[in-house]
Design a protein around this ligand. Structure first.
Ligand code: ARG
Length: 572
């Protein structure tokens, strides 16, 4: 149990024993300033209001009931009825060695839908956010002991494959290697689209291909399968470069639900949830009424019988409930798809595809912007290819590393550049509140100062260098002592790791973990300045205690960064 949960348990019990309604909770938060103690309980005011009682009086009663003598040195009533809790320093010190042991959680089955690019085109920066944020949350959930099922819901179906296959068939007729023809998917897509727009005969053949594909024509399916394989391979190259944990096994493509779509529609019809509108099958739900009284419908089947993005998502929800038995399903998808997901979730609940016990959570994220504040584009206005972006990150990191450490061998500088460059791209995304748009800036993300990956990687490497120097010194054995205020602050921060993991698992917001690691590194630097470790006059048991604090900091930085999918270096 982390400190926050422990305090919450004890003070919520005391609050209720003092007469507050059973639903009352102590609401524990870490204090923002040392003079307010280490933690605050903010729940007394709300309970007092319900009881029509003076909050400071209720606070006094809570303190009579509370038993914190083993962990707190002092608890004071502040302001209108806050409780400021000062923890015992000895208790903190004794808890530290077990810091990296995680809280035991009730394991859940959690489906995480992320990355999910469209295979018709090359993966671009728009899928970067889903891939990076989703993967970090997956790692945190697995670390907590949950059973996580990754679902890469790739777009591999739909009318655009008609023109791609028609174009591919033509190129095939001319001979040549397929993987070469598809080496640049972006160009391939553009060429197909140009032909489609300019040549009516080609457009007609494209439509025929769609029909053939959908009716399961074996030749057409084989061609499509080859296309998908190559496109997926492109994604996998990017995953590998990024250190993202997705594999082929995690692909559950849109097409996998094809056989279920007719059944989805008939089940919705049987439940009376669909209305025909201009030949299409639509769900009109009161929840989506506009100001003028009209309702934005969710279209389930087009005139002519074609299914849509929503139909597949409904089939996927049913699969995730019935087959995967998910307790939670998390969707890391662009915020611009919010309405889509709200409609799909609402309809799935009405239709009984998603039981009340299964939670559906759209983990929305904003757009990646260029430094001009507009959506991130190449200088000529094209979409930025992921592969190019990652190559540039590593090249820039290589220049920095080479300037800093010209004496290192080329291969080592390349290795450092890989870890620093990729780490910087990932961290700059992860460290922003995911729901807002974020500005992509090479200078900021590669800076060795501020809340960046290089700063944290450097802090880690610096601690490793302390250990290298300590190698020859007599180290001694000792329990941890938190003597100086900077030492105590570092100790408390270390103990809060578990609280952060808990919140990232619940809210899917990795920036909380980034901020935590950044603050931890800051606390370490302050401690290291105030508390000498290796100086000769430092008594051996104090040195041993401080080396343990340094070790715990390094372990926590490394574990935290690895949960974000970012590597560390022993020296840099
Ligand atoms: N392929 C979609 C896109 O690129 C994202 C899919 C997200 N997942 C889902 N279940 N709809 O926009």
């Amino acid at each position: 149990m982390n400190i926050r949960q422990l305090l919450d348990q004890r003070l919520t019990a005391a609050l209720q024993a003092a007469g507050a309604p059973v639903a009352s909770s102590a609401i524990i938060k870490p204090s923002t300033r040392p003079e307010f103690g280490d933690y605050q309980a903010n729940g007394v005011m709300a309970a007092a209001k319900q009881l029509k009682m003076n909050p400071r009086e209720l606070a006094a009663k809570v303190l009579e009931q509370a038993d914190l003598s083993d962990i707190a040195e002092q608890v004071e009533i502040a302001g209108p009825g806050f409780l400021n809790i000062h923890l015992k320093t000895d208790w903190l010190a004794a808890a530290l060695p077990t810091n990296t042991q995680l809280d035991v959680v009730e394991p859940q089955t959690i489906v995480v839908d992320y990355s999910s690019p469209n295979l018709a085109k090359e993966m671009h920066v728009g899928h970067l956010r889903s891939t990076i944020i989703g993967d970090a949350v997956v790692r945190v959930l697995e670390f907590q002991g949950h059973h996580v099922i990754r679902q890469n819901h790739v777009g591999d179906w739909g009318t655009q494959f008609g023109m791609l296959l028609a174009h591919l068939a033509d190129l095939q007729a001319q001979g040549g290697e397929l993987s070469m023809q598809l080496a640049d998917l972006e160009t391939f897509y553009r060429e197909s689209k140009q032909r489609f727009d300019a040549d009516p005969a080609f457009a007609e053949r494209s439509r025929e291909y769609v029909v053939k594909l959908q009716s399961g024509d074996p030749e057409c399916l084989a061609l499509w399968q080859q296309f998908i394989n190559i496109s997926l391979h492109h994604c996998e190259v990017a995953y590998q470069e990024l250190g993202v944990s997705l594999t082929r096994q995690d692909v559950m493509a849109e097409s996998a639900y094809n056989d279920d779509l007719a059944k989805v529609v008939s089940d919705l019809q049987a439940a009376g949830l669909l209305t025909e509108s201009e030949g299409a099958q639509c769900a009109f739900m009161d929840e989506f009424k506009n100001k003028d009284g009209s309702i934005t419908p969710l279209i389930i089947q087009k005139t002519g019988g074609g299914y849509l993005y929503a139909t597949t998502d409904l089939a996927a929800i049913r699969y995730r409930s019935r087959v995967l038995q998910a307790d939670r399903v998390l969707y890391f998808v662009d915020v611009r798809q919010s309405l889509h997901f709200q409609q799909v979730y609402t309809l799935a609940r009405k239709a009984g595809f998603a039981p009340a016990s299964m939670s559906l959570e759209h983990m929305a994220f904003g757009t990646m912007l260029g430094e001009d504040g507009k959506p991130f584009k190449t200088r000529t206005g094209g979409t930025v290819k992921l592969a190019d972006l990652l190559a540039e990150a590593q090249e820039r990191a290589y220049q920095l590393v080479s300037a800093k450490n010209p004496e290192l061998a080329e291969a080592e500088r390349r290795e450092i550049a890989h870890i620093v460059g990729i780490g910087a791209v990932k961290y700059s995304d992860l460290s922003k509140n995911r729901t807002s748009d974020y500005v992509f800036s090479w200078e900021l993300m590669l800076s060795f100062e501020g809340n960046t990956a290089p700063y944290l990687q450097y802090a880690y490497a610096r601690i490793q260098s302390i250990f290298r120097k300590a190698g020859n010194l007599e180290q001694g054995q000792s329990s941890i002592q938190l003597l100086e205020s900077s030492e105590r602050a570092l100790g408390l921060k270390l103990l809060q790791f578990n609280e952060i993991i808990d919140s990232v698992g619940r809210e899917g917001q990795p920036h909380h973990l980034c901020n935590y690691l950044y603050e931890l590194a800051g606390h370490f630097m302050a401690f290291y300045e105030a508390c000498p470790i290796l100086r000769e006059d430092v008594p051996t048991e104090i040195r041993a205690s401080r080396l343990q604090l340094a070790q715990l900091t390094a372990d926590t930085l490394k574990t935290g960064l690895s949960l974000l999918g970012i590597g560390v270096l022993e020296r840099m």
